[in-house]
Design a binder for this molecule. Structure first.
Ligand code: ADP
Ligand code: MG
Length: 258
């Protein structure tokens, strides 16, 4: 199923010869109509992301970062353009197909954690498996294992209100991972955390990246982006720069965005 390299020529060629990876966007546009105004939230984005990359997306407020994440996360469809995820054209899918793809392929982490409040860490992590129709026993087992991966096994029975911000975000990361998604998307995951806890969470993302996960993360902060291996900058709905961060960077080591 998930072969790294796709050799299929789908006939959906758009001129470039670069190999297509996990994500392939071509001339992607998202236009909102607000009264008599047209907002070009994304204005012709071409982008390829390979399996195993750790990409930071930066750009000023309103530049289209969340819109891009929502499209890549199959939460929304573009106004025009092509989006291949694992070789499948997503831009023309209906709601049900999108929901299905999302449940199988995507794990989300949000700035505000988005955990169910009066529900234990364990049950929060189990939730995607409920949607996936996994048996109760198997759900328990996998949720426990995933909490272990984020070093929160000892807090499994705690509700979010009994956890620190960093611990809540670890629960959210576990929830995003429990389905073994192809792609982990994080929209400003450290935006509500103090700087020490932010570095802690970025350490976790680095570990997940080293374990082979593909991660796309939105951030305003260069020192957070430095954990990624590639930084893409958006301005007015377009990519204005796309650079590889210095290699060998475990976390921020030696990465000097300039
Ligand atoms: P960012 O995440 O970089 O701050 P967004 O992707 O949220 O930017 O927004 C990009 C642009 O699209 C902004 O001008 C924003 O006001 C507009 N926008 C985003 N979502 C909507 C929407 N649902 N309806 C209308 N305009 C929107
Ligand atoms: Mg945003």
């Amino acid at each position: 199923m998930a072969t790294g390299i796709s050799e299929t020529e789908s006939g959906q060629q758009s001129g470039t010869s670069a190999p297509r990876g996990l994500i392939s966007l071509r001339a992607l546009r998202k236009i909102y109509i607000m009264g008599d105004q047209e907002v070009r939230a994304l204005d012709g984005v071409d982008l390829d992301i390979q399996k195993g990359e750790f990409v930071a997306i930066m750009g000023p407020s309103g530049s289209g970062k969340s819109t891009l994440m929502n499209l890549i996360g199959c939460l929304d469809t573009p106004t025009s353009g092509s989006f291949l995820l694992n070789g499948q054209e997503v831009s023309t899918m209906d709601e049900n197909q999108l929901a299905d793809l999302r449940n199988r392929e995507i794990g989300f982490v949000f700035q505000t954690f988005n955990l169910l409040p009066r529900t234990s860490a364990l049950q929060n992590v189990e939730l995607p498996l409920v949607y996936a129709g996994i048996s109760r026993q198997e759900r328990r087992k996998r949720a426990h294992e995933t909490l272990e991966r984020v070093q929160l096994e000892d807090r499994a029975t705690h509700a979010p209100s009994e956890l620190s911000g960093g611990q809540r975000q670890r629960v959210a990361v576990a929830r995003a991972l429990v389905n073994n998604p192809s792609l982990l998307l994080a929209d400003e995951p450290t935006g509500n955390l103090d700087s020490k806890t932010s570095l802690d969470i970025m350490g976790l993302f680095s570990e997940l990246h080293q374990a082979g996960n593909t991660i796309i993360l939105v951030t305003h902060e260069p020192d957070i982006a430095a954990y990624a291996t590639r930084t893409i900058k958006l301005l007015d709905g377009r990519i204005v720069s796309d650079i590889g961060n210095s290699p060998g960077g475990e976390g921020a080591t030696g990465a000097s965005p300039s």
